[in-house]
Design a protein around this ligand. Sequence first.
Ligand SMILES: N[C@@H](CCC(=O)N[C@@H](CCS)C(=O)NCC(=O)O)C(=O)O
Ligand code: FE2
Length: 254
Amino acid sequence: MASSALRIAVRRLSQQSSSRTPVLLRQMFEPKSCTYTYLLGDPESREALLIDPVLETAQRDAHLVKELGLRLLYAVNTHCHADHITGSGVLKSLLPGCQSVISRLSGAQADLHIEEGDSIRFGRFALETRASPGHTPGCVTFVLSDQSMAFTGDALLIRGCGRTDFQQGCARTLYHSVHEKIFTLPGNCLIYPAHDYHGLTVSTVEEERTLNPRLTLSCEEFIKVMDNLNLPKPQQIDFAVPANMRCGVQTPPS
Ligand SMILES: N[C@@H](CCC(=O)N[C@@H](CCS)C(=O)NCC(=O)O)C(=O)O
Ligand SMILES: [Fe+2]
């Protein structure tokens, strides 16, 4: 009798938890800078945030937010980007109530400054901030609270990583960030980067831990590779960085 009552209670509990809607996730692409912007939302409360919005696609993102009946709380940046201007400032005008967010260590203006361990809440969900410097000193990775997905910005790309030859980049620091802050997540944790230049969209911690051609090297070998990438500098760097220090707009955030 007691055990059948328990079985019913367990069934009710599992029905309840499976009927809770999972996080809403949309991955959007900006082709000029090959940037991914992510929309995350709670389908129940309708609270949402955008990660790494781009100026050129801010109208598109605002339209999607409205179409889905979401309320945008935050426009969040993983770092002060060098290859595009952030859409944060424009989104604040398009969607009043939205606040811009970036790490304190980025040195950039924003409504809210975050650091290691800070949580950004939206409805029943939260993103945990993990400092992952190296590409820039202010780079952060956002991890969904159940550790099912991580938004790595330019710290970890699919089968690659962010370059370390400008914006006070440091290959040794990046190596330690990825190994200590990202590769320590569960193997099945999905990796969503800020860019992809080969048409790939998502990876996992396990895939990158075992297959990433740069991050599977020793630290000293990694540094040699990073010192010899010889990449041309991003086309927009000279105006994107100063603009992003001001939230992507000329006037400071309110
Ligand atoms: N061609 C692009 C810039 C490409 C680039 O430098 N990407 C950066 C990430 C954005 S700051 C990077 O770290 N790339 C690593 C790599 O191995 O490609 C442009 O002109 O915008
Ligand atoms: Fe970058």
